[in-house]
Design a protein around this ligand. Structure first.
Ligand code: NAP
Length: 262
């Protein structure tokens, strides 16, 4: 539990993660799965959550639907009981649905995208917060979609902008407590993200990365590990990571056609 008692943060050197415990949402694939692997390699015991629990390779694998209040509560309760506390929370679960103009949007898509990327993150953070120990760290998976709009992605863009606002507010509320807060805003990362976005249309998903060398999930996980291992008095607020060939969600210079939208 966080005491809120001022401690001399500068007396801590680079953080070693050995012996710490972490919870990771969206641990069944992509960035979440890579981060779980790297955390465990660094000596962290990890509880991972996702709907496809059979795909989670963590010390504790738990079913989690972040959009469901009871599921999120059970995930946090069981995870903390199994781990014996909490030092690190990585709010990573997220998704986008489709690429279409907002005039074609539906209630159902908006609900799923906002509830997964925003409400779900706030819920899991709120439930974990009372258990996070001094020297703890809360990390978020944002997106460049939360920094600059591009066409045909309104719900996802709104959710990730909202997430960035939430993280700024949380940092204000936690100021003075020995808990660090970090967001990683990524551009194109080759994961199952686009397969989900395009409703299992693998060809459409593949086209997103054509002619580009995208970021890999391991490279995003390296950003998480960087933020975690800084000395305790150093809070890495935000990391923005994009493929060299990408300047925004809308502008990608591809090897074949030089310039096109993602
Ligand atoms: P991914 O391979 O599709 O992984 C998404 C993860 O989120 C999966 O483990 C999935 O697990 C989980 N998830 C989705 N809905 C969930 C729910 N309701 N409850 C619990 N878990 C849920 O994609 P990824 O690229 O690694 O995405 C991870 C994060 O990075 C997301 O927040 C995404 O917005 C962000 N991001 C991705 C990119 C990119 O280009 N790939 C760029 C910027 C930001 P289950 O389906 O098993 O539940």
């Amino acid at each position: 539990m966080c005491s809120g008692i001022p401690i001399s943060l500068a007396s801590f050197g680079y953080m070693t993660l050995e012996g710490k415990v972490a919870m990771v949402t969206g641990a069944s694939s992509g960035i979440g799965a890579s981060t779980v692997r790297k955390l465990r390699q660094a000596g962290v015991r990890v509880a991972g959550g996702a709907r496809r629990v059979d795909r989670i390779e963590a010390d504790v694998a738990l079913a989690l639907d972040v959009t469901d209040e009871a599921s999120a509560a059970a995930f946090v309760e069981q995870g903390i009981a199994e781990l014996g506390g909490l030092d690190i929370l990585f709010n990573n679960a997220g998704l986008a649905l489709g690429r279409y103009p907002f005039s074609e949007s539906t209630e159902e898509d908006e609900r799923r995208v906002l509830h997964t990327n925003l409400d779900g993150v706030m819920r899991v953070t709120r439930l974990c917060l009372p258990h996070i120990r001094d020297a703890g760290h809360i990390l978020f998976m944002g997106s460049i979609a939360g920094r600059q709009a591009y066409e045909n992605g309104a719900s996802y863009i709104a959710a990730k902008f909202g997430l960035r606002g939430f993280v700024y507010a949380l940092r204000e509320d936690l100021l003075g407590r020995p808990i660090r807060v970090t967001t990683v805003d990524a551009g194109l990362v080759e994961t199952e993200f686009s397969v989900v976005r395009f409703g299992d249309d693998v060809d459409k998903a593949k086209a997103v990365y054509e002619g580009v060398d995208p970021i890999t999930p391991d490279e995003v996980a390296d950003c998480i590990m960087f933020a975690l291992t800084r000395p305790l008095h150093v809070n890495v607020d935000e990391i923005v990571i994009k493929a060299l060939q990408q300047s925004s969600g809308a502008r990608i210079v591809r090897r074949t056609d030089r310039r096109s939208a993602s």
